[in-house]
Design a protein around this ligand. Sequence first.
Ligand code: GRF
Length: 225
Amino acid sequence: MKHRLAVLVSGRGTNLQAILDAAARGSLQMEVVGVFSDQPEPYAFQRAKERGIPTVFVDPALYPDREEYDAALAREVGACRPDSVALAGFMRILTPAFLDAFPGKVVNIHPALLPAFPGLGGQCQAIDYGVRYSGCTVHFVDVEMDSGPIILQSVVPVYQNDTTETLTERILSKEHLTYPAALQLLAEGRLKVQGRRVVISWEGRVPRQPQDCVLEWLKIKDIKI
Ligand code: GRF
């Protein structure tokens, strides 16, 4: 049976699209069983509807506080019986009222090399700080913001004439490869969390995509290139 994935979104949903495309190609062996949002009509819902995937808007205005909202969201998400939950541009910080319902099963993508530049505007923070490289991070979610154990990271250069828009675009193209690759490792049961670290088991598998996934594999096998 395919690994069942719920996706939480707030906006345009290009990462959702990358996940749906990878699943359709067969390079991601997951079935997206529901797309959930805190916004009434995010563009991401269109993308889900085109594939016939149910969309659910859970309205924050109907709940008195974050805990009650998160408990309601957990009930809605739980109803589609997901094996994992992927945050893809979901613009709320989740409390234990949600996370405790899916222990160790919630992952996120962040547009910076964590632990650098957590929170909003990771791309703009990187430019302002003057770093020469940035990228994206797929990580498990815990109660702190952008702090859970790291699954995969991809690196991009930062150029002197970059604007937030050009860097965002460069990072985003890496996000679209890295998120499905990390989710596939999850689907194959290859991720083991040991304290802060995620140990990836590559037994019997030579990774093909993305390039950074291959580099990670070469590093683990102690193969120098
Ligand atoms: C991405 O940059 C992701 O890293 C961040 O939110 C953005 C979502 O973009 N968490 P999209 O909605 O997937 O296009």
